[in-house]
Design a protein around this ligand. Structure first.
Ligand SMILES: [Zn+2]
Length: 378
């Protein structure tokens, strides 16, 4: 159940109640692909760095260890020891981006596992069954992620099939939630809007899926190669056709600047691998821009990554020490960078919520944007 607490222009400050607790939005979901945040980050760490929602990947968990195994162990929450909300993606994105040799049919997609090459079939029903086994808080609908760029004709056919798949997802989710053996019978379903950069296809699709009265709506198929300006334009044109009284989720986006721009256009939920991926390469976010800790100028720098940062890395360690760990190939070095980056994202979302509540959103956005897109001079 979503409550819109405040609006500033199109920016929304909301609250989303789930069976695993309340999510304050706008929110950044921390990505744990195979039920683990890459970089040696545990669920205990997630609590310490202010994570509200963890995100796991259906396709990866289906391939290994297998959703049946996780079901027998009591579901994802119990398995990874995390009692707050979890969102699982549908597997669609990975099927279309990772898996080899695939055939798209009306019933679903036939493809080969990227791990051992075995044949797998996934359609809307299978995706819902896997996510029901995982027992996540929020399940994502199974959609086709069309290639970018795609012709208008291909895009229209693909979006029409995604709508038919969404109807099947909803029906299957309702059935699964009514079974006595289901771990989370209150599992929620978010639909996904597609249409590439064709605004009219996006809008038509948004109107159609809004009629299904789902728990939330996502914008998929963005940040796949189009320019940032194009992405902002699509968000701006599509969001007004999604229900305002439901959360809006921009999948796989993005940089701090992308998030600020998308919040401004009415987005509530975000996820992205950037903070953990960049952290693993020694690239850390600050309010003076991104630092590369491998840079020689940090060799004798005794300051934390960012002065005043409350993360576990900055509270204790210097740039010089973390740089040394990275150079020496010690896991601790990348772990500290990932913790700092996730904390930075989570903290930014908290600041965004506070700014929206205190009617200081436009000033905050302007100041933060100038900071995060800057170049550190020390
Ligand atoms: Zn820090």
């Amino acid at each position: 159940m979503y409550t819109l607490r405040k609006k500033c222009g199109n920016a929304k400050r909301g609250q989303f109640e789930t069976v695993h607790g309340t999510i304050q939005t706008p929110v950044f979901m921390n990505v744990g692909t195979v039920a683990a945040i890459k970089g040696g980050v545990s669920t205990q760490d997630l609590e310490e760095i202010g994570t509200q929602v963890e995100l796991s990947n259906t396709y990866h968990l289906h391939v290994r260890p297998g959703d049946e195994v996780i079901y027998q162990l009591g579901g994802l929450h119990k398995f990874m020891v995390w009692d707050k909300p979890i969102l699982t993606d549908s597997g669609g994105f990975q099927v279309f981006s990772l898996a080899g040799l695939r055939k798209i049919r009306e019933e679903g997609v036939h493809f080969h596992s990227h791990i051992d090459g075995r044949k797998i079939f996934m359609g809307p029903e299978e995706s819902m069954q896997i996510q029901s086994h995982l027992a996540s808080t929020i399940a994502m609908a199974f959609d086709e992620c069309p290639p970018h760029p795609a012709t208008r004709e291909y895009m229209q056919d693909s979006v029409d099939r995604t709508t038919r798949w969404l109807e099947r997802c909803k029906k299957e989710m309702d059935r699964l939630n009514s079974l006595p053996e289901t771990i989370n019978p209150k599992q929620m379903l978010f639909g996904i809007n597609q249409g590439g950069t064709f605004a009219d296809i996006r809008i038509e699709h948004a109107k159609r899926i809004s009629e299904l009265d789902l728990d939330g709506y996502a914008l998929g198929g963005l940040a796949v190669g189009e320019s940032h300006e194009e992405m902002y334009r699509i968000i701006e044109e599509t969001v007004p056709y999604l229900p305002e009284a439901k959360p809006t989720y921009l999948m796989g986006v993005g940089t701090p600047a992308n998030i600020l721009e998308a919040v401004d256009r009415g987005v509530d939920f975000f996820d992205c691998v950037y903070p953990s991926r960049n952290g693993r390469h020694g690239h850390v976010y600050t309010n003076q821009g991104k630092r590369n800790l491998l840079n020689a100028r940090y060799e004798l720098d005794e300051r934390p990554i960012e002065e005043g940062c409350g993360c576990p890395a900055c509270r204790r360690y210097s740039r010089a020490y973390i740089r040394h760990l990275l150079k020496a190939g010690e896991i601790l070095g990348l772990r500290l960078c990932v913790l700092h980056n996730l904390y930075f994202y989570n903290k930014m979302m908290e600041e965004i919520r506070e700014a929206l509540e205190a009617d200081r959103w436009p000033e905050y956005k302007k100041r933060k944007l100038a900071g995060v897109t800057g170049i550190p001079d020390d």
